[in-house]
Write a protein that binds this ligand. Structure first.
Ligand SMILES: C[S@@+](CC[C@H](N)C(=O)[O-])C[C@H]1O[C@@H](n2cnc3c(N)ncnc32)[C@H](O)[C@@H]1O
Length: 229
């Protein structure tokens, strides 16, 4: 095959391969090392009141999809007996270890993908997602999985950013999402979180929407949804 390559082209191909490898290494360094640290800081003090509200009412065994760096742990009600965590980013999990140690609640990493949960049907009391459904590639599948593992009467507690109800902002969210996804680990700006949760077989018991900062990335959906029978 190399005999068919014109003179000089070998060098060009070799350089292109090296450039591609370097680009892939940079991308993976960014998503595995830089982004989890950035998220840990960005979702720090400012959102603590939101975390407290969303975690209110949790009890028993809680599955947290997109556990991140364990930022929710300090605000879990004392009625929670165990946390089952799902988190793909090793760096986030490592940052979480100090918080896990301090939490005084058993925390077990049970998987790395919310789209495919390795636990039985009807096995947890609550599912918790905070700023995660924007990133999971197939959000419908993740919600179907969340519903499957919830016990009857169980609920999904959530806070997510998503699609603005204002047409002009939503249009910009659609335009910017392809670039945004590249910068922020697959994050979508334009997902209609309430509709997706309902389509996943949940009934919205409480839902509030509000804005934090620019609406483009700051339109929030917060609430509790129950598993429809
Ligand atoms: C914006 S962070 C939020 C972290 C944490 N929930 C918090 O409130 O601080 C989104 C998290 O979702 C995780 N994530 C991305 N894709 C996922 C997937 N398919 N399944 C589970 N978690 C995922 C990311 O690794 C990241 O830790």
């Amino acid at each position: 095959m190399s005999r068919d390559v014109p003179p000089g082209a070998q060098d060009v191909l070799a350089t292109a391969t090296k450039t591609r490898e370097l680009r892939l290494a940079t991308v993976s360094f960014y998503s595995e090392q830089v982004l989890p640290r950035f998220i840990d800081v960005a979702l720090g003090k400012a959102v603590v009141p939101i975390r407290r509200r969303v975690l209110e009412g949790l009890s028993g065994e809680v599955l947290e999809i997109g556990f991140g760096s364990g930022r929710n742990l300090p605000y879990l009600p004392s009625a929670v007996t165990r946390v089952l965590a799902v988190e793909p980013a090793g760096t986030a999990w490592r940052i979480a270890s100090r918080r896990i140690g301090a939490a005084g609640i058993p925390v077990e990493l049970i998987g790395t993908d919310g789209q495919d949960l390795a636990i039985p049907d009807a096995s947890v009391d609550h599912v918790l997602v905070t700023w995660v459904l924007c990133t999971v590639p197939d959000v419908e599948r993740a919600l179907t999985e969340a519903r499957r593992v919830l016990r009857p009467g169980g609920s999904l507690h959530f806070v997510e950013h998503g699609r603005s109800p204002h047409r002009r902002v939503a249009d910009w969210q659609d335009r910017i999402t392809p670039i945004w996804q590249r910068l922020f680990g697959g994050c979508h700006l334009n997902r209609p979180i309430d509709k997706l949760i309902e389509a996943g077989g949940f009934r919205l018991d409480t839902i509030s929407t509000y804005r934090i900062g620019p609406e483009l990335a700051g339109f929030m959906y917060e609430g509790v949804a129950s598993k429809e029978p």
